[in-house]
Design a protein around this ligand. Structure first.
Ligand code: ADP
Length: 397
């Protein structure tokens, strides 16, 4: 079975065609600047790359170009788009209604639309992607895989904010959690790789990238996760503050004469390691380099990032009354040897022991704890596209 995986942003569309026989990527690519001047498709298959510069006023045109690329005599990988059994879509928000992946029908589209206010940047684009595929491939099923799906399984005590209940009732204000497909994929893989009880294994996944979140799960079912109503809550990220006292918002508003939207924009786009490093960069490599060169702000930003991750690991260990395995994933988690080591230095009380030689790895599945370590610690590269393809195959088989 061949599954096309689509991830639409407001002006972009990423895709992968996956052959589920061996879970291999047959082709992948990116449409950029959709709806803006200078639209471009970059398509990669069989070690070759094709670039198409052609106007894409909307996602419908982008999908058409993707279809053409997939059947292209030279750069294509299939003869006919009918070979695509189904399309799996990453959809940001299913609100309170959906957590499990689902074959798209009119009702699913209605819910995606109703959640535009919960995911204003992503849900409209996700819906455009679905409708573009319906138009380009009539009769081919589309599956929605929710980025909030994993977090929707949290218990009430973890997802409710301690604010008047009526706001949950009226406006669905709760903690949702994001990076759901990544946490689903990595926690499931870790249960197998670390040979844990598939029903009872207690796993903490640290998804540390430009956006960062952490989850606790038992038997693959979410117990807690760090992002909230929006991706702003939780860990310190590239540009997001993570947890702050909400009174900070009012304080900055009053001092700087800004409104709430402006301050929220600062917390989302100008904070995190970018803000803490006093503007050096949102990229961990740049901040790491500045810290090495002796920049104090850069060093504190990295220390604070690491400290916050370690605090969450402690909290989630308490939430689960123990932890069997901790996994690092995403850009920083998969590649930053030093950050992993420093986070684990906080975890001696759990009996965590890291093997420095094993930890000296990047971007591959690897156990990095010693055989004596009481908790298994590993690097496990995330694969959100494969997670979406697997969910899609499961639903249409
Ligand atoms: P996102 O998908 O949220 O945009 P990624 O998961 O791609 O983010 O992670 C990007 C981050 O990973 C960047 O801040 C980058 O600096 C960091 N990163 C990538 N490689 C390394 C490395 N070798 N050492 C430290 N950080 C790294």
């Amino acid at each position: 079975m061949k599954i096309l995986v689509i991830n639409c942003g407001s002006s972009s569309l990423k895709y992968q065609l996956i052959d589920m026989e061996n879970e291999s990527v047959m082709a992948k690519g990116l449409c950029e600047r959709i709806g803006i001047e200078g639209s471009k498709l970059t398509h990669k298959a069989n070690g070759k790359e094709m670039v198409v510069e052609q106007a894409m006023p909307a996602h419908t045109e982008a999908i058409k170009l993707v279809m053409q690329a997939l059947v292209d005599p030279e750069y294509g990988v299939i003869k006919d788009t009918k070979e695509i059994s189904a399309v799996g879509h990453r959809v940001l928000h299913g609100g309170k209604v959906y957590s499990d992946s689902i074959v798209v029908d009119e009702d699913v589209k209605r819910v995606i639309r109703e959640c535009f206010d919960l995911g204003p940047l992503h849900n409209p684009a996700n819906l455009m992607g679905i409708e573009a595929c319906e138009a380009a491939m009539p009769g081919t099923p589309n599956v929605a895989v929710w980025d909030t799906g994993f977090g929707m399984k949290m218990p009430e005590k973890a997802y409710l904010y301690a604010i008047p209940y009526e706001y949950y009732d009226k406006y669905s204000i709760r903690r949702y959690g994001f990076h759901g497909t990544s946490h689903l994929f990595v926690s499931g893989e870790v249960l197998k790789f670390a040979e844990l009880d598939p029903e009872k294994g207690k796993v903490i996944v640290c998804h540390l990238g430009n956006g960062a979140s952490i989850s606790a799960s038992i038997g693959g079912k979410c117990v807690d996760t760090s992002m909230g109503l929006t991706p702003l809550e939780g860990l310190i990220m590239g540009t997001r503050s993570g947890d702050v006292d909400p009174a900070v918002v009012q304080f900055i508003c009053n001092k700087e004469g800004k409104d709430v939207n402006e301050v929220l924009n600062i917390l989302n786009k100008k904070s995190g390691i970018l803000g803490m490093s006093d503007g050096i960069s949102s990229d961990f490599r740049d901040v790491g380099k500045a810290a090495e060169e002796g920049n104090h702000h850069a060093q504190v930003a990295l220390d604070a990032f690491i400290y916050r991750v370690a605090k969450y690991i402690g909290a989630y260990t308490a939430a689960m009354n123990g932890v069997d395995a901790i996994a690092f994933t995403a850009g920083v988690g998969e590649n930053d040897i030093e950050s992993r080591k420093k986070i684990c230095e906080y975890l001696g009380y759990l009996g965590v022991e890291i093997d420095d030689e094993a930890n000296n790895c990047r971007g591959k599945v690897q156990m990095i704890s010693t055989p004596n370590s009481k908790v298994k610690v590993m690097v496990y590269p995330t694969n959100e596209e494969l997670a979406i393809a697997r969910e899609t195959e499961r639903l249409v088989k």
